[in-house]
Design a protein around this ligand. Structure first.
Ligand code: SF4
Length: 61
């Protein structure tokens, strides 16, 4: 059985939330649900986090 998603559980507890372009409308476009996070958006956010971490290391003063 497919795991149930909830914004309250998944997004609220997400370590990437501060840099995420969280958008229930995108969730709906991808999943036909306002509550199931978009895998596409999560992937973009994870990539963004890695880029920021890399830039922090390379350009630290
Ligand atoms: S990265 Fe995914 S799980 Fe985390 S806040 Fe954004 S949409 Fe939610």
């Amino acid at each position: 059985m497919m795991e149930q998603y909830s914004i309250k559980q998944k997004c609220v507890d997400c370590d990437n939330r501060k840099i995420c372009n969280y958008c229930p409308a995108l969730f709906f476009q991808e999943n036909k649900s306002f509550e199931k996070p978009s895998e596409y958006l999560c992937c973009i956010t994870e990539t963004k986090k890695k880029l920021v971490e890399k830039m922090d290391k390379e350009y630290a003063c």
